[in-house]
Structure formats: structure tokens, C-alpha cells
Design a protein around this ligand. Structure first.
Ligand code: CA
Length: 239
């Protein structure tokens, strides 16, 4: 089994180092992010086996990152580190979909016990639902939701994380029309710039990668005056 990939988002360097050290003892491959911005970026950069999120961070806080991760289709285990034992932190953390939390100051052995419990839970889940990944087929496209890979006519097509998220959002709601504002909220979520031309430019880049003829899109089509939608059966021409 390959090493579990764990992201630790924690601005207190001593704690981050300590946690990373013990995770490596569990044969995990550890990546650290020292603030919320880096944490947010890293959180979406890979398919993590676990994300450990400090609640209070410079930049977007742990809850914001947690919320953003939970909008993803793929389930990522999340363990929150909360700075105080306030009930509010606890309730918020679990309500927003953290799997577990520990309160600072925590003992490393307690934290590692929680980590192992999460790994065990995920493992038993994977046994019950083997091959939990899902492949969505849309015309010439195949989307591997877990591996975040896209094939166009059976050829791998590299997409940026955002392009992938955008495509996946459409693929999960075929035929439904989304306004640019709705796409900003659903796909960009946290910290979008509010500019609808951001959506247009990403759609254009995505089209240049996935459309047989980007000038005449048939997968993600423009609905004039409203926004965009995904054709449920693009390019289905009578033979
Ligand atoms: Ca902190």
C-alpha cells in the first residue's frame, strides 16, 4: 500500500513540525502549509488521505478550508485542531463536516490515536465500497472523479484544478443551466473575485481542451442571457 498523503495546515511551526514528525512515524507522506492561503491551495492540489486543519490561521481559517473541501465530490477525511475548547468550535467543526477534532493543547499520542481511528474508518469504508471512484461519461469525455483525470476520445487531457472542478460541476448536473454568479459561488467558493469574466475565461480555456471544435461548443454550451449548461448527450449525431 502506498504511503498515505497527509496535509497539515498549521501556522504554529512547532506544532506543525511535531505533528509531521509523528505522522511520518506512521509512514505517512506529509506536506505542510503555514497559513490559510497556502492551505487552501494545497488542499485542492492533491487527493489527500487526510487533511489536518488548524482552526485559526492567517488568511482563510480552518473552517473556511473545511467548507470548501466539503463542496468537493470526493470525500477527504478532515481532522480539525481547535485552539480553545469552546463548544462553538466543536459544533462548527463537526457541522461543517470535519471528521474529528482535537483541542489544543493536545498530547501527540491523543492526536495520533484520532488519526489512526480515521484511517481505520476510511479503510473499512473502502472495503465496503471497493473502487469508490466513479467515471462519468459525457460524449467524447470520460471523467475519473477520484483520480481527477479526464480523457478526451480516450486521450488524457491535463486540466488545471479549477478547470476540472468546473467540468465536474457541470457533469454532475447535466442539462442544468448555471449563471456565472452561480458558478463563481459553487466552483470558486471561497475568495472568488466576483468577476464574471473569470468564469468566461475559464470556460473558454476548458472548451479549448475538451471541445472537438471550441468555436462551436457542443459539450458546454452557452445559454444566451443566462449562462452555461452541459449538454447531456453532446455530439450525438445520427449515424
Ligand atoms: Ca493557529
Amino acid at each position: 500500500m502506498s504511503a498515505r498523503k497527509v496535509l497539515v495546515v498549521e501556522d504554529e511551526k512547532d506544532i506543525a513540525e511535531l505533528v509531521a514528525l509523528h505522522l511520518r512515524d506512521l509512514d505517512c507522506e506529509v506536506t505542510q502549509a503555514g497559513d490559510g492561503h497556502d492551505g487552501m491551495r494545497q488542499a485542492f492540489a492533491r487527493n489527500w488521505d487526510l487533511v489536518i486543519l488548524d482552526l485559526r490561521l492567517p488568511g482563510p481559517d480552518g473552517l473556511t478550508i473545511c467548507r470548501a473541501l466539503r463542496r468537493e465530490s470526493r470525500y477527504v477525511p478532515i481532522l480539525m485542531l481547535t485552539s480553545k475548547s469552546s463548544e462553538l468550535d466543536r459544533v462548527l467543526g463537526l457541522e461543517l463536516g470535519a471528521d474529528d477534532y482535537v483541542t489544543k493543547p493536545f498530547s501527540v499520542s491523543e492526536l495520533m490515536a484520532r488519526v489512526k481511528a480515521i484511517f481505520r474508518r476510511v479503510e473499512s469504508m473502502e472495503k465496503r465500497f471497493p473502487g469508490g471512484s466513479e467515471t462519468l461519461s459525457i460524449g467524447p469525455l470520460k471523467i475519473d472523479t477520484n483520480g481527477r483525470e479526464v480523457l478526451v476520445n480516450e486521450q488524457p487531457m491535463p486540466l488545471t484544478a479549477r478547470e476540472f472542478d468546473l467540468l465536474l460541476h457541470f457533469a454532475r448536473h447535466p442539462g442544468r443551466v448555471f449563471s456565472r454568479a452561480q458558478l463563481l459561488d459553487s466552483v470558486w467558493g471561497y475568495g472568488h473575485d466576483g468577476y464574471e469574466h473569470t468564469v468566461n475565461s475559464h470556460i473558454n480555456r476548458l472548451r479549448s481542451k475538451i471541445e472537438p471544435d471550441p468555436a462551436q461548443p457542443e459539450v458546454i454550451v452557452t445559454v444566451w442571457g443566462v449562462g452555461y449548461k452541459l449538454e447531456a448527450q453532446p455530439g450525438v449525431h445520427a449515424a
